[in-house]
Design a protein around this ligand. Structure first.
Ligand SMILES: Cc1cc2nc3c(=O)[nH]c(=O)nc-3n(C[C@H](O)[C@H](O)[C@H](O)COP(=O)(O)OP(=O)(O)OC[C@H]3O[C@@H](n4cnc5c(N)ncnc54)[C@H](O)[C@@H]3O)c2cc1C
Ligand code: SF4
Length: 523
């Protein structure tokens, strides 16, 4: 195995966590090595082809994982520079202040974090600035206190969404503009990097106008000559020095060969499932259950949110191009009739007949799918799943990833869906059909079951939780492993609970926070 010199910091994975941390540490002048298993997403017209992206899954990993019964699954995740932020919908939410404390749900307890909202708040503000979030403070009824306005104005609704927003407001709801990381300048369209297209959520941005970790963090970090990026470099194992308290080298598979790299500090940020798998694969005589796994928590408490896509069909068409502008949080913590959290209502990118083909049976006529796509409002519902130790990442005898997951806390999601049904039936603003315009709510996974299937790991988190008690958690409040002095984790693994909003801004803010701690440590 070739050995490749010593660095101050190695970061494994260049997504929301790792890419952001590289950006934060770059100006320090320290020798930083970013190890990324993927390559740059090629810039090509296929980036914006819904059939190629959603049906053929051109950019998804072809890796095979297994469920708890040994059945193979094809994870909807992406290994590229920038990680899953290359494909995300860029809805960039802060967790609610209450999400940092203990919250009682119908299905159990969502545990408290070892840090408070106030600890993370300055970093949320920095994260919103770095990822150019467009939004409007004061509209979202559950929004936590912020020390600065959004750096850019909210992305406007197109007419069908504006009509829906007014319909919701008339019923007493407080719909608001989704905070979005797209570089859209509506006042000056000719100078705007973003062209407001219909292939954003789930697609890479062909014109580099999405606020993703590659464009905003990795590439700027590489402008510093002390930062090196190695692509096609899959870290297969971390080895420790004799006492077991220090990672001594990262073993990398590159072009079919094994290489090794060492650093004073090693930061794992390979995504919640791969990071847990990496620590488990790094078991040795000092760490027999997996690296830093004296607590047996590595890989456990996997969460991915209880998510579903609900299509509301109307008689009138929905010609919206960029649909992800509207959100509703009125039921986030419950309702008058039900005192438990239900979750968050927002939108996915506009679905079309091609996208609906994925998941539809072969006999479903394309014409029907095209008509559905033309007439639907496509909601994304998110409820919190609770950290169950049996929901976990393990390895099979060949070292492949096994994901065991039993959904929990589902009643909140069912009630949220029922609430959406109720408010959709009460629409009146359609001039042609009044409330008859709404024809019903249908789960997008109509043919496969109501929820996003196990392979939908977009919101994966929780597998290497942080906490104050080393018996119950893997990381301390600075995201350093309790049992290893130079090992940190900054991807979504650290979440002890997941709230019910999209996770990326919290991952980014935390990476900036851990970055401050590391700058202090290495200065
Ligand atoms: C279609 C889609 C839409 C989404 N929409 C939103 C949204 O609107 N808002 C939101 O907040 N979130 C959204 N998400 C989720 C968001 O993208 C993730 O939460 C976020 O990217 C996770 O950041 P991370 O750093 O944990 O991991 P990732 O961003 O996944 O980065 C992990 C990186 O590690 C690399 N890697 C993995 N294993 C290894 C290894 N062994 N060696 C070296 N490198 C490795 C991977 O290639 C990858 O680059 C979406 C996700 C998807 C897929
Ligand atoms: S141009 Fe704008 S809307 Fe289209 S993919 Fe890029 S960021 Fe998204």
């Amino acid at each position: 195995m070739s050995s490749n010199g010593h660095h101050d910091v190695i970061i494994i994975g260049s997504g929301a966590g790792g890419g952001t941390l590289a950006y934060k540490l770059a100006p320090s002048g320290k020798k930083i090595l970013l190890l990324e298993r993927g390559d740059y997403v090629p810039r090509e017209k296929d980036n914006w082809d819904t059939r190629v992206v959603n049906v053929e899954g051109k950019y998804n990993t072809k890796e095979v994982w297994y469920d708890k019964d040994g059945k193979s699954l094809h994870p909807h995740t992406n290994y590229w520079v920038g990680g899953n932020t290359k494909f995300y919908g860029a809805a960039l939410f802060r967790l609610r202040q209450e999400d940092f404390g203990e919250l009682k749900h119908a299905g159990g307890i969502s545990p408290a974090w070892p840090i408070s909202y106030e600890d993370l708040e300055p970093y949320y503000t920095q994260a919103e600035q770095l990822y150019q979030v467009h939004g409007q403070r004061g509209e979202d009824p559950t929004e936590p206190k912020a020390s600065a306005p959004f750096p850019h104005p909210a992305v406007s609704h197109e007419p069908r969404l504006q009509q829906l927003s007014e319909d919701f407001a008339r019923q007493g709801l407080r719909p608001f503009h989704t905070p979005l990381g797209i570089m859209l300048d509506e006042k000056n369209p000719r100078a705007s990097a973003c062209i407001r297209c219909n292939t954003c959520d789930g697609h890479p941005c062909l014109v580099y106008a999405k606020a993703d970790a590659q464009v905003l963090c990795v590439d700027p970090a590489l402008a510093h000559k002390n930062v090196t990026l190695l692509t096609g470099a899959k870290v297969t194992r971390l080895e420790t020095a004799a006492g077991g308290r220090e990672v001594s080298r990262a073993v990398v598979e590159k072009n079919g060969h094994a290489e090794s790299y060492s650093a004073d500090i090693v930061v794992v940020s390979a995504g919640a499932i791969n990071s847990a798998a990496l620590l488990l694969r790094s078991a040795n005589d000092k760490h027999p259950r997996g690296l830093a796994n004296g607590s047996d928590a590595v890989g456990r408490h996997y969460m991915g949110h209880v998510n579903s896509v609900q299509m509301a069909l109307s008689l009138c068409p929905n010609p919206t191009v960029f649909q992800k502008t509207l959100s509703v949080n009125d039921f986030y913590f419950g309702s008058k009739e039900w005192p438990y959290p239900m979750g968050h209502i927002s939108f996915v990118g506009k679905l079309d007949g091609d996208t609906l083909r994925a998941g539809a049976p072969a006999f479903a006529p394309q014409w029907t799918l095209d008509q559905m796509g033309k007439h639907s409002l496509d909601f994304w519902l998110t409820s919190e799943d609770l950290p169950d130790p049996s929901n976990r990442v393990t390895l099979n005898s060949k070292g492949d990833i096994v994901l065991s997951y039993q959904v929990n806390n589902e009643e909140g999601h069912q009630r949220l869906t029922a609430k959406l049904k109720e408010v959709m039936q009460k629409q009146t603003k359609c001039a042609a059909h009044g409330h008859e315009c709404h024809q019903g709510l249908f789960a997008r996974n109509l043919f496969l079951g109501q929820r996003i299937p196990l392979a939908g790991v977009a919101h994966q988190n929780g597998t290497i939780r942080f906490g104050r008690d080393p018996k119950m958690s893997v990381l301390d409040a600075n995201c350093k492993a309790h049992e290893v002095d130079n090992l940190y984790v900054v991807d979504a693994s650290f979440f002890p609970s997941s709230g019910a909003v999209n996770p990326a801004l919290t991952i980014i803010a935390n990476a900036l926070r851990v970055g401050d701690h590391l700058l202090e440590r290495i200065k």
